[in-house]
Design a protein around this ligand. Structure first.
Ligand code: ZN
Length: 383
């Protein structure tokens, strides 16, 4: 018997309103990509977006909920790839091992963060970028010392050692971080100071609402906007994620100009995973719409800033989401699309990678999540 929740949703008209316009813009995008490939433009900056728990069905659900006549930001991708997400010790990865793979180019065991299975710390692409003088940042909707953002600067045998990961952020040299986790940055450490105090000593502005960044155009800033996670999209997070992406890109591009360097920004749509663990289709749509707005903001930035590559991918699929027909009898007209969940946990399916901007034509095919990371580091000259 199908659960009630599974019968949720939706049918929308399959009318394409402006097919000619859409074809023209696709042709233009292809031409742009071919021109860039011919010119062999160098990738100076990277925006790396990770929808935590986001599988292809999540993107498909977004497309259906928006209506096929309305193209979502993901549909603007200029190239695509698929990645395999298994960890070093499990065919189904957790966020720690998957984040480590995407950030460092190395597979590790589930529950580990920024270390190899033998516990050796391994440098992430963001740490390499800091070392090369690039300006770097993180935007997330969970706490900034959580697994996915933490994999870009943290090194722990156990990913839930949250205070040590916060301390590693303080030492990381990352210029911008927006997210939650104030409680992990506010407790007094052995030296008698809090991570917030140590950040201020290092010249960071530490803010507790995004509006406080309105007058900040460059430099180092850490926004701790919640004690732990930010609210869910369907519970009042508002336009935080796309606005935080815009602000981080403004600060990082100004920093990059001042330093004559590139930048790297990691953006996580964290709560897609949480609502997928809950098998809550309505909340998934809200999180995907929010992440889609953030992807659109990043794509608009890329359009105006040649030399920037945008990569949108996922660490693993959560929920085993499928979108079957509401009726098996296909002699009938459209019978709606159901949302059916096969799991309350993570799954082993391959994950989409969407590429846009300079260098987009240089990554495609089926690869390991680690190979994606390694190819990005090569494109940025970080190897
Ligand atoms: Zn995850």
């Amino acid at each position: 018997m199908m659960k009630m929740k599974q019968w949720f949703w939706l049918l929308l008209l399959l009318v394409c309103v402006q097919p000619v316009g859409a074809r023209r813009s696709e042709r233009k995008a292809r031409l742009r990509m071919q021109e860039r490939a011919a010119a062999c433009d160098s990738v100076r900056s990277l925006i790396y977006m990770i929808g935590d728990g986001m599988g292809l069905a999540h993107v498909s659900l977004l497309q259906i909920s928006e209506g096929y006549e309305n193209r979502v930001a993901f549909d603007r991708a200029e190239n695509i790839a698929l990645i395999r997400s298994y960890s070093a010790n499990n065919r189904v990865t957790d966020s720690g091992a998957a984040g480590t793979a995407l950030a460092t180019g190395h597979k590790t065991n589930n529950d580990m963060l920024g270390v190899l299975p033998d516990s050796t710390a391994v440098e992430s692409m963001m740490e390499k970028a800091v070392r090369r003088g690039m300006t770097t940042g993180i935007v997330t909707t969970c706490y900034i010392n959580h697994a996915t953002p933490g994999a870009f600067y943290g090194h722990q045998i156990y990913r839930r050692t949250l205070e040590p990961i916060a301390d590693q952020f303080v030492a990381s040299g990352i210029d911008v971080a927006f997210g939650g986790g104030r409680r992990y940055f506010s407790s007094v450490r052995e030296d008698g100071r809090t991570p917030v105090e140590r950040l201020r000593e290092k010249g960071y502005r530490v803010i507790d609402s995004l509006s406080q960044a309105d007058t900040i155009r460059s430099g180092r800033v850490v926004g701790l906007f919640a004690s732990k996670h930010l609210p869910y999209a369907h519970k009042g997070r508002g336009n935080y994620l796309p606005e935080a992406v815009d602000k981080a890109l403004e600060i990082l591009s100004n920093n990059a100009e001042a330093r004559n360097s590139g930048f790297m920004l990691m953006v996580e749509g964290s709560m897609i995973d949480y609502v997928s663990h809950d098998n809550d289709a309505e909340a998934i749509v809200a999180e995907m719409r929010d992440f889609n707005r953030a992807v659109r903001a990043a794509m608009d930035f890329v359009d105006a800033h040649p030399g920037t590559l945008l990569v949108v991918t996922s660490d693993h699929e959560t929920g085993g989401l499928t979108l079957p027909s509401g009726d098996a009898d296909f002699s009938k007209a459209e019978s709606g699309v159901l949302t059916v969940f096969g799991s309350t946990s993570h799954t082993a399916v391959m994950l989409p990678v969407y590429l846009y901007g300079t260098g987009a034509e240089r990554i495609n095919g089926v690869m390991e999540n680690t190979e994606l990371a390694n190819r990005l580091m090569t494109l940025l000259g970080l190897e």
